[in-house]
Design a binder for this molecule. Structure first.
Ligand code: NAP
Length: 309
């Protein structure tokens, strides 16, 4: 029987592991399908305190893992497919190949990038449709590409893509960016970035080989449609929380957008299950706030276990 199992290895998960490890709870952390979480798909993180010269996202995650392992965290590379509640108030966590028993759980499964819901989306992923400029940007040298979205992610991706692409169209559904001023200014002052205001993408168009060739743009003010030639579309329109493994109705409440509800500190509606990071936070969604909430969940789990004894 484990004392605590942490699900997810982003900033929230590793921080919860560092704290529960230091509390001698010997945490087991289950990696999820994307070990390291969303920071492994970013480049430089400039706003994590303690790194005045910035730090690469994947490096930051490796450092967090190293720190967690130093305090006795064990890692299982798998994805949790279900949580069940046992009669004595403990939990069974299932992965494809194993089952684990634990007295408490910290959910830190994060969120995944959202897509537009086009019919040919699935076939196009990896063929000119992606959400990760860091992963795929370098494949599109000296060709036009576009980014969809108007937030910090869209501006960051667009800026990064100018290292490779001949031109980056930034397609936004309004005429004002949602991004913070510093990120918006950086994008709008970049000569290689051309904003396309008040517009959405209404179709992805492919060539004979099934690769992205162009998008159909729809101007939301005039309703006019036009074609824009791009070799890759980078979608940056926000995220959905990763809660699929809660589908068996264990009693963890979700809000109307699917984020896990916290009722008391980091406790969920099921005593013994705690939550941290982007899977419960649709407001701040920063590496540092995720880390902070991972710490809070660890302290709450520690208190719960002490009271249980
Ligand atoms: P976001 O702030 O929620 O922005 C999503 C953007 O996509 C918005 O501009 C939104 O348009 C647009 N959008 C949403 N659904 C759409 C749809 N169906 N069709 C077309 N456009 C759509 O998400 P984000 O940019 O991923 O940022 C998430 C959080 O992470 C934010 O708190 C952000 O500050 C943070 N972040 C920080 C950094 C950094 O500081 N280095 C980098 C990346 C992200 P509207 O504006 O019209 O709603």
């Amino acid at each position: 029987m484990e004392k605590v199992i942490i699900i997810g290895t982003g900033c929230a998960g590793w921080t919860a592991a560092i704290y529960t490890g230091r509390a001698s709870l010997s945490p087991l952390i289950i990696s999820g399908t994307e070990p390291g979480g969303q920071l492994t798909t970013t480049t430089e993180v400039e706003n994590f305190p303690g790194f005045p010269d910035g730090v690469m996202g994947p490096e930051l995650m490796m450092l967090m893992q190293k720190q967690a392992e130093k305090f006795g965290t064990r890692v299982e590379y798998a994805a949790v497919t279900a949580i069940e509640k046992n009669e004595d108030g403990t939990f069974t966590l299932k992965t494809d190949s194993k089952e684990f028993q634990t007295e408490s759980v910290i959910i830190a499964t994060g969120a995944r990038p959202r897509h537009l819901g086009m019919p040919n989306e699935k076939e196009l992923i990896g063929h000119g449709l992606t959400s990760c400029a860091t992963c795929d940007g370098a494949f599109y040298r000296d060709v036009p590409v576009c980014v969809i979205g108007g937030g910090d992610s869209a501006c960051e991706e667009a800026d990064f893509l100018t290292r490779f692409a001949s031109k980056v169209y930034l397609i936004h559904r309004r005429d004002e960016l949602r991004a913070s001023k510093i990120m918006a200014d950086r994008a709008l002052n970049n000569d290689k970035i051309e904003p396309v205001w008040d517009s959405t993408v209404s179709a992805y168009l492919t060539d004979d080989e099934g690769e992205m060739r162009a998008v159909t743009l729809k101007n939301l003010k005039s309703d006019e449609e036009s074609e824009l030639e791009v070799k890759c579309v980078f979608v940056a329109i926000g995220h959905d929380p990763n809660t699929q493994f809660l589908n068996n109705g264990i009693g963890v409440d979700l809000d109307e957008n699917g984020y896990i509800v916290k009722i008391n500190g980091s406790e969920t509606t099921v005593p013994g299950i705690f939550v941290s990071g982007d899977v419960t936070d649709h407001v701040y969604r920063q590496a540092i706030t995720a880390a902070g909430s991972g710490c809070a969940a660890a302290l709450d789990a520690e208190k719960y276990l002490a009271e249980r004894e």
